[in-house]
Write a protein that binds this ligand. Structure first.
Ligand code: FAD
Length: 550
């Protein structure tokens, strides 16, 4: 797994497309970047599924921005940095909170369905926000409203060339910079070299590493893994945010998120004995930061030897619950539950990847020509614990900044890479027997949940690394298809999560070590950054004459 190209290309005829700007991913980060870049550049956007099959589409609570009269970017900054547990990049947070309100107002022009009362935008309250500042659409259907509006704007109102069902396998690098990506059509298996002056990675997170997740099936961490193979620095992989309130019932493919906004409206957490317990762990009780709530829940679950606690909204107005939370109401109803009537069983569930591909405040990664935005990136705004509803905002703000930086980067290019002809290096994945991709994924998710989940320790993490290495070397390649590529990417991510979690000998934010329960600022107020050694990186070579830029 040390080779940068996992694609196996054996004599197939490669198609070729050329763009000024290539965007990978069709969630809020990818669509925002593509729509904005297409005002000036020739843009192609590839996504491995449809536009309604993204994490963005599932978002419920909303988007945080200092829009209210009692709010300010300074207050939003303080809340974000406080939640981030000492690891936020304060420059990046300033960019987020200062530029956020403007970006959200622009989004409201594309997506007119944000909730209002008497013409005034409604602001919701969520955990660890000191004031109500979360705008939402369709009650708790913010993600689907925003995704649909952005996808429509890309399809109808922009010149972006859109390719759905196009799986990106590898990034292409030449002379140390990124010049596009190799993709495979999921309709007919056709491989295509997508050559571009700039590539924007917006492939989202990796919740599928844990199997039990609120993330959709597409969240397999492909972007982080391919950027790592291409030589980009990645960091913070030990910071996996487990959301406190995933619906804890059997038989869900994607775990239903019981949104934090319910606690914002006054819902309680109760243990199996029926007691509210969060007050014992934090004065903010149910509205403490997510990591604090998760710790409280896990302590109660252990004490009671139970698999879940309960969310109690039965004292709240049934009309408000139905109006404000249609998605959660419909989701729990599938399991015979009603918010206004029943205690809802909930347990922590893998939800969000704080770590990712390192970027600066312009979305630039450590590989020239490769930008990253959205959940795939590590801009530094979340520190060691993401504040609720800051991630949609991060995608909006940093995608727009990426586009503002394109002129500068493209102007600095010495040649027109779009004209070059490339020879792909051979991948190292020779056909072989072994554990098939489905079995490897199942073993991976079991290992990750058991050994590198909410609570971690040295023995478990060491065992996880050994098991994941074994799975990686035993993975069978009867042929290379999406299942095999995704399994390789997930194993890469799992291994890097376990390695980073083992290195960080403290508990901070969402990273909880039972053998190092305290936060250790003296030794660990710093990031763990991983980068493939230069000797293991491999690049494209050009075939034919290189031409100067015209
Ligand atoms: C249930 C749920 C509720 C949430 N609620 C909120 C909320 O209220 N507020 C908030 O701020 N955040 C929320 N989040 C988090 C937030 O939704 C995500 O962090 C955000 O939407 C990520 O956007 P993105 O554009 O980076 O990625 P995504 O929306 O995940 O999009 C990734 C895109 O990349 C594509 N892709 C991935 N791999 C490949 C590949 N190999 N080839 C081609 N394409 C690929 C996917 O198909 C997809 O189009 C929630 C998350 C979940 C799961």
């Amino acid at each position: 797994m040390s080779r940068p190209y996992i694609a196996r290309v054996e004599g197939e005829k490669l198609h070729r497309r050329t763009f000024d700007v290539l965007v990978l991913g069709g969630g809020i980060a990818g669509l925002t970047a593509a729509i904005s870049a297409a005002r000036r550049w020739r843009v192609g956007l590839l996504t491995k599924a449809g536009f309604d099959d993204t994490t963005t589409f599932l978002a419920q609570g909303g988007i945080a921005a200092a829009l209210g009269e009692s709010d300010s970017p300074e207050l939003h900054f303080e809340d974000t940095v406080q939640a981030g547990a000492g690891l936020c990049d304060e420059n990046a947070v300033r960019v987020l909170v200062n530029e956020g309100p403007g970006r959200v107002r622009e989004l409201m022009e594309i997506c007119p369905h944000f909730d209002r009362v008497d013409g005034e935008i409604v602001l919701g309250r969520e955990g660890a926000h000191s004031v109500a500042r979360v705008v939402h659409a369709g009650g708790d259907a913010t993600g689907s409203e925003v995704s649909s509006a952005l996808a429509e704007a890309a399809k109808v109102g922009s010149r972006v060339q859109l390719y759905e069902n196009e799986f990106v396998i590898d990034l292409l690098t030449l002379d140390g910079r990124c010049v596009g990506a190799l993709s495979m059509s999921l309709d007919d298996g056709q491989l295509t070299l997508n050559v571009a002056m700039v590539t924007i990675l917006a492939t989202g997170g990796a919740g599928q590493v844990y199997g039990r997740t609120t993330n959709p099936a597409v969240a397999t961490g492909d972007g982080i893994a391919m950027a790592y193979r291409a030589g980009a620095a990645i960091r913070g992989l030990e910071f996996v945010q487990f959301h406190p309130t995933g619906l804890a019932v059997e038989g869900q493919e994607t775990v239903l998120l019981v949104t934090e906004a319910l606690r914002g409206e006054g819902a309680y957490l109760r243990n199996k004995a029926g007691e509210r317990f969060m007050e014992r762990y934090d004065p903010r009780a149910e509205l403490a930061a997510r990591d604090v709530v998760v710790r409280g829940m896990v302590a109660e679950m252990r004490r009671e030897k139970s698999e879940s606690v309960c969310l109690d909204a039965t004292h709240l107005d049934p009309g408000m619950l139905a109006r404000r939370f249609p998605t959660v109401s419909a989701g729990v109803a599938l399991h015979g539950l009603a918010l206004a009537r029943d205690l809802i069983p909930v347990a922590p569930v893998c939800h969000y990847f704080i770590g990712g591909v390192v970027t600066d405040v312009w979305g630039r990664t450590s590989v020239p020509g490769l930008y990253a935005s959205g959940e795939v990136s590590s801009t530094g705004v979340h520190g060691a614990n993401r504040l609720a509803s800051n991630s949609l905002l991060e995608g909006l703000v940093f995608s727009e900044r990426v586009v503002r930086d394109l002129d500068r980067y493209i102007g600095s290019l010495g040649e027109d890479v779009r004209r070059l002809r490339f020879a792909l290096p051979q991948g190292d994945a020779e056909p072989r027997d072994g554990v098939d991709a489905a079995a490897a994924r199942s073993a991976l998710t079991t290992t990750m949940l058991r050994r590198a989940g909410v609570l971690r320790d040295e023995a478990g993490l060491r065992a996880a690394i050994v098991e994941l290495r074994r799975l990686t070397s035993d993975l069978a390649f009867p042929r290379m298809g999406v299942a095999e590529y995704e399994a390789l990417n997930l194993l890469t991510l799992g291994t890097q999560i376990a390695k980073s979690a083992l290195l960080r000998e403290e508990s901070r934010g969402v990273h909880l070590r039972e053998d190092f329960p305290e936060r250790d600022d003296a030794n660990w107020r710093r990031h763990i950054t991983l980068r493939l050694p230069a000797t293991q990186r491999e690049e494209l070579s050009t075939t034919g004459r290189r031409e100067a830029s015209t």
